[in-house]
Design a protein around this ligand. Structure first.
Ligand code: HEC
Ligand code: HEC
Ligand code: HEC
Ligand code: HEC
Length: 211
């Protein structure tokens, strides 16, 4: 009985050896060599994600060891350029207007005692954003503002772990910037049901899926 088993195992071993040598003796010296050689096709430098960016205008940024593209913002902001109206200091503008110009902007972000408009906007230079220490930041680089307080999300985003790519996975890397997903004035997402929520508790048919 045992002898039969031994022969069987030997036969199996033989088959394994036989097949693993099939791709030419000496063609690959090791498994590493084989993986490297056979994955060369994936290192195709002619492939590009550019076609998937569509009409999105991008700018190139470098943060630490990461260089990638993010969408341009200024062309997307309705009330830019701000200096079309913000030609004089805020207190002068305010005394003229009774109604609030930006009545539709309400802060639902940090606490009122830690955050107001001036945390990010500088009344003397409305066309640029403004850090906590008073350094001007271009509207296209608004992620720098967020990074001041949300450093861990910023670190993740730089490496590509937080957020999402715009095109494919091959170069050039293009990623959405913070304000593409988060409204800076009200950044958290509201809780909601899944878009496909089965209230009937009936099993979905394949026909149903097609509709
Ligand atoms: C169509 C004119 C207009 C444009 C364009 C405009 N603003 Fe204003 N904004 C005003 C006026 C008028 C006030 C002052 C009255 C008020 O408080 O609403 C004001 C006030 C503000 C305030 C102070 C609000 C407060 O409650 O203290 C901020 C901050 C501000 N604007 C930011 C911006 C930024 C940033 C832009 C550009 C992205 C911009 N505005 C573009 C007209 C404008
Ligand atoms: C946490 C930082 C932050 C605070 C606080 C903040 N803003 Fe902004 N605001 C931004 C950023 C960043 C943008 C640009 C967003 C983008 O790229 O779409 C912006 C854009 C705007 C715009 C242009 C929006 C548009 O779609 O036309 C206006 C106007 C504005 N802010 C006014 C205000 C006012 C008024 C307050 C206070 C009530 C305020 N902001 C508070 C960061 C902030
Ligand atoms: C001055 C500091 C400060 C800046 C600048 C700032 N935030 Fe915040 N943010 C806070 C605080 C404080 C909270 C509320 C506490 C919390 O939930 O972590 C918050 C909350 C949030 C939340 C919700 C967190 C949750 O758990 O639901 C998001 C998302 C967010 N911020 C994104 C942004 C983005 C995007 C920017 C840049 C446009 C930004 N923040 C700029 C301080 C800041
Ligand atoms: C592609 C969209 C996208 C981009 C870009 C993005 N976020 Fe988020 N962010 C999300 C989603 C989705 C969540 C999870 C929200 C939830 O759980 O309700 C989130 C959560 C957060 C939170 C809440 C805490 C957490 O980690 O869950 C903070 C703070 C935050 N983001 C900040 C940022 C900052 C700062 C940037 C830019 C450096 C950024 N995000 C870029 C989609 C994005």
């Amino acid at each position: 009985m045992n002898r039969k088993k031994d022969i069987y195992i030997l036969a199996c071993l033989f088959t394994v050896t036989f097949f693993s040598c099939k791709h030419g003796e000496g063609e690959y010296h090791s498994l590493y060599d084989k993986i490297e050689a056979e994955s060369k096709v994936y290192h195709d430098t002619t492939m590009t994600s550019e076609a998937f960016l569509n009409d999105i205008k991008t700018i190139k940024i470098t943060e630490g060891e990461h260089t990638f593209l993010i969408p341009e913002r200024k062309g997307q902001i309705k009330s830019y350029a701000c200096i079309e109206c913000h030609t004089e200091p805020l207190d002068k503008l305010k005394s003229k207007d009774i109604k609030k110009a930006h009545w539709d902007i309400n802060i639902a972000h940090a606490d009122k005692s830690t955050m107001n408009c001036a945390t990010c906007h500088n009344g003397n230079d409305m066309n640029n954003l403004n850090t906590l220490t008073g350094i001007k930041v271009d509207f296209n680089s608004s992620y720098k503002l967020c990074a001041q307080c949300h450093s861990s999300q910023f670190e993740d985003w730089k490496g590509g772990a937080h957020g999402k790519r715009i095109g494919g996975w091959v170069a050039p890397r293009a990623s959405f910037t913070c304000v593409n997903c988060h409204n800076p004035h009200s950044p958290s997402f509201e809780t909601r049901w899944p878009s496909r929520f089965n209230t009937e508790q009936i099993e979905e048919s394949h026909e149903g899926l097609a509709h």
